[in-house]
Write a protein that binds this ligand. Structure first.
Ligand code: ADP
Length: 541
């Protein structure tokens, strides 16, 4: 091998925020604070605080490789934690506050977190489980002295974030790290068994951030004001905590305020041009806009992912608000970006209906994501947009094994099974047809629960719907639609079934509809079908 004659450049994710501070120093990070009110800081000042924090963490005795948990909303302080913790060689472990207490203490103990960094909102959540957290030596509360709550009930030291960093120097000698050194840890919500940890590296996050900045991916520039709604505790914040500062975009964060009215106010005042969130958040915003006859003229486009984007949502954004919806698909195990659905030249030739059908798909793989669909015997299936099978992926920002697991998460050829079922068309556009465990098998045929749900929520009087397979004597399983009505509406079951029947074969239409008051959601805000299946499994028997 002849080595190239280029500069050695050690990897450290902190170089992203350092670059933002040096070349986009005046650009703002804006937060809708936990306490209410707007906080502003620019990248230059934020980076100074990152260095102060790194010094403070050193003083606490936190070392390279130590795991530090964060349970916090999106905010400038949380962002500082991400960079300071990873930058000094420790590991930033984001904790989802919506986890059940049992899952939470499992995760903290499994990760052996030495410290927890917590927003005031979540102190009660931590207080509730603290006696069971065996490795936690101290807590840092993300607030100032004035807003510090009473923490006398805790038996371990509790520090106030602002007090802790205020007298530290704003210089820090960042270590040069092995590019494969771990930077951050995120557990998947564990719909089966215990949650599993995905341990990202400086390298995987850096590559992911560089890839996601492309025009055919997140299409952001230094002219953009980015509203980051997707929580930093969910799926590596879609990589945006690294991706936005990398390009010097303005970063706008919702804090805990994710309801329609708050999102509208923040995005309007900060002239946000791009955003990203799961469908449920957008439903809240759209309903608020409709009800109050408002417009969002600055917003150019939004990425939506996490679960399938219903056609009705794409059309509402498009027609009523002039916002382009770009669907993305990914998972915690993929850092999380897998595919994104950006236009191709052939879209120009399509009719409105054909184009809509393509836009509802999950999209083409990003650079460095390889994927294929396989049948039950592992044979690769054709990319014809019809054949569907298990979706396997490969790439440098995709998990190899779960944290502390001996065995690899990959098959013998190095592919990771996503647990999703999909087809891929001749243009390479992938469409998720279901999660493997949600597919409904009726009389030997497969019914996509996602497809049925997407059509059903197009009903103007429905708020949210889940389609589940229920035991059936003759057909093995039959679909049942469980739905929540739109507030103040009372749709008939038949009108919903008619709508589904207008777009699907007769045998795919659910046999019945059940209305419930509230949809069970997982810790990541997705429909939790487990309790629905348990409750209604004998509904057709
Ligand atoms: P969790 O499983 O903890 O909710 P993830 O966010 O990692 O966490 O979930 C990834 C899964 O979400 C994917 O495997 C897929 O089933 C689903 N998903 C993500 N984006 C989409 C999308 N655009 N359309 C359909 N399903 C999606």
């Amino acid at each position: 091998m002849i080595p190239g004659n280029m500069q050695e450049h050690g990897f450290n994710l902190v170089s992203i925020i350092k670059h933002a501070a040096r070349w986009h120093g005046h650009v703002e990070v804006v937060t809708n604070k936990v306490e209410g009110g707007i906080h502003r800081i620019n990248y230059a000042d934020l980076y100074d605080r990152v260095k102060k924090l790194a010094n403070a963490l050193d003083k606490l005795g936190l070392k390279s490789g130590d795991r530090i948990g964060t349970m916090a909303w999106n905010s400038w302080r949380h962002l500082e934690c991400w960079y300071a913790i990873a930058g000094k060689g420790s590991i930033c472990h984001t904790l989802n506050p919506r986890l059940f207490p049992d899952q939470l203490d499992y995760i903290v103990n499994h990760a052996e977190n030495r410290f927890l960094v917590v927003d005031t909102t979540f102190l009660p959540v931590i207080a509730n489980v603290i006696d069971r957290l065996k490795t936690v030596e101290g807590i840092i509360v993300l607030t100032s002295k004035d807003n510090m709550p009473d923490t006398s009930g805790f038996k371990i030291p509790v520090h106030c974030y602002e007090e802790m960093i205020k007298d530290e120097p704003s210089t820090y000698d960042w270590p040069t790290l092995d590019e494969n050194a771990a930077s951050s840890l995120c557990y998947t919500s564990g719909t089966t068994g215990n949650p599993k940890g995905v341990l990202y590296s400086h390298r995987s996050n850096m590559i992911h951030a560089m890839v996601s900045g492309g025009a055919d991916i997140f299409n952001m520039t230094a002219c953009d004001s980015f509203l980051m709604i997707v929580p930093m505790f969910h799926a590596n914040s879609w990589g945006l905590s690294f991706g936005v500062p990398m390009i010097g975009g303005k970063l706008v964060m919702t804090g805990p305020h994710m309801d329609g009215a708050s999102v509208y106010k923040l995005m309007t005042e900060e002239k946000c041009t791009v955003s990203g969130a799961v469908p449920t958040v957008w439903t809240g915003l759209l309903d608020y806009l409709d009800a109050n006859d408002l417009k969002i003229p600055h917003l150019r486009e939004t990425f939506i992912g996490g679960s399938a984007v219903p056609r009705s949502m794409i059309e509402r954004f498009d027609k009523d608000y002039g916002v382009q919806v770009i669907q993305a698909w990914g998972m915690t195990e993929m850092s999380p970006l897998g595919t994104i659905n950006r236009p191709l030249p052939f879209w120009d030739e399509l009719s409105y209906e054909e184009r809509m059908a393509v836009r509802c798909k999950q999209g083409r793989p990003a650079f460095y994501v390889d994927m294929k669909i396989v049948d039950d015997d592992g044979n690769e299936l054709p990319r014809d947009g019809v054949a569907f099978g298990r979706l396997l992926v490969k790439g440098p920002f995709i998990v190899e094994r779960y944290y502390k697991m001996e065995e690899s998460a990959l098959d013998d050829d190095g592919w990771f099974d996503t647990g999703d079922v999909a087809n891929i068309d001749q243009y390479g556009i992938m469409q998720i047809t279901d999660r493997a465990k949600d597919v409904i098998k009726s009389g030997g045929e497969w019914i996509s629960s996602v497809d049925i749900e997407n059509t059903a929520v197009g009903h103007p009087e429905l708020n949210i719907a889940a389609c589940i397979g229920v035991k059936h004597e003759k057909w093995e399983e039959r679909p049942l639609l469980v739905a929540v009505k739109q507030e103040g509406c009372d749709p008939s079951k038949q009108s919903i079934l008619d709508l589904v029947a207008s777009e699907h074969a007769k045998w795919q239409v659910p046999d019945d509809v059940i209305f419930i008051e509230e949809m069970p959601l997982t810790a990541t805000g997705k429909i939790d079908k487990k309790p629905l299946r348990a409750k209604y499994e004998n509904f057709y028997s």
